[in-house]
Write a protein that binds this ligand. Structure first.
Ligand code: GLV
Ligand code: MG
Length: 325
């Protein structure tokens, strides 16, 4: 282990994160009654410019008046390059700071972006004598943000999570695709011809590098990596496949842009009973081995060692977090 200890951000269940446009307050109650872990009320891209002010009012009213049943609440503010942003921050903190847990910052580009927000939020919190500090969720969704992701992830004590904004990322990198998330048939390898001249097309995952890079930056700084949207909400299998790939790389959750995706995310990002039982057996077997002075043992025909315990503990911890939610 390095001498450098990675401090973990505030622990929260973040298997599913539902996007709800601030301009559509009719959806707030439904979101509050759902099984989602985190709700983010949107002021940014789901809200047209002439609806921004009303959306802000709707969100502040919704935060204060609705019973959100213990859910983590976030608001996606407008970008730092717009004049809406400062008013988003000031009004939210002045009028709803007790209700709000997180602010989601879109299109993060540099460490200075985080610094600027941290300064503004701190000033307003101090002015209203806020009892708690708001955390930050950052959407990594531009080439600039991805280039600087390592430094950005260490930029403030307020940071809790990084999110992969696949749609804006595709636009920013000028990727040749128009869908939101999921695989692309053009991103494939063609096998060599077999004896009969047949070749096979094997699809790849064009998002692998971006998600993996974000996961490393997040984990190296104690933050939660969260996968972003999957646009085709009629394709549950496609969503599950994408979520499984992200979970396999280390993501803790995924956005839901439609209520039907909440259950899918909660299922994919929760360990199964079988996985928890197996993890517990690994921990127990290693405890026995340690007592006997051994560093590694065999369980069910496979080698397990100290690293196996750490993997198993992640699984058991997650199960406890879910049970306690
Ligand atoms: C989310 O904001 C995205 O751009 O995918
Ligand atoms: Mg975006």
């Amino acid at each position: 282990m390095s001498f450098h200890i990675v401090e973990q951000a505030t622990a929260r269940l973040n298997r599913s994160e539902l996007a709800v446009p601030g301009s559509n307050p009719g959806m707030f109650e439904k979101a509050a009654a759902s099984d989602v872990d985190v709700v983010f009320l949107d002021l940014e891209d789901a809200v047209a410019p002439d609806e921004k002010e009303q959306a802000r009012k709707n969100i502040i009213e919704g935060l204060n008046d609705i019973d959100w049943k213990g859910k983590t609440l976030s608001v996606r503010i407008n970008g730092l390059d717009t004049h809406y942003m400062y008013r988003d921050v000031v009004d939210l903190i002045e009028q709803a700071t007790d209700k709000l847990d997180l602010i989601m910052i879109p299109k993060i580009g540099t460490v200075s972006d985080v610094y600027a927000l941290d300064m503004l939020v701190t000033q307003v919190e101090d002015a209203v004598k806020a009892k708690k500090r708001i955390g930050f969720e950052l959407i990594v969704e531009t080439a600039l943000g991805m280039q600087n992701v390592n430094e950005i992830s260490a930029a403030s004590k307020r940071l809790e999570s990084l999110h992969f904004g696949v749609a804006d990322y595709a636009a920013s990198t000028k990727a040749k695709t128009t869908v939101i998330g999921g695989p692309n048939p053009n991103y494939h390898v063609l096998t060599d011809a077999d004896d009969d001249g047949n070749r096979e097309v094997h699809w790849g995952d064009m998002w692998h590098y971006a998600v993996a890079r974000m996961v490393v930056a997040a984990r190296a700084n104690g933050l939660r990596p969260i996968d972003g949207p999957f646009g085709d909400f009629g394709d549950a299998d496609g969503y599950i496949a994408q979520a499984n790939r992200s979970a396999t790389l280390g993501c803790e959750g995924k956005w839901a842009i439609h209520p039907s995706q909440i259950e899918l995310a909660n299922t994919v990002f929760s360990p199964t009973e079988e996985e928890v039982t197996k993890a517990q057996r690994i921990i127990d077997a290693m405890a026995e081995a340690t007592k006997a002075g051994k560093g590694a043992v065999t369980l069910d025909g496979r080698l397990i060692d100290i690293a196996s315990i750490k993997q198993a503990e992640v699984m058991v911890e997650k199960a406890k977090q879910i049970a306690g939610s």
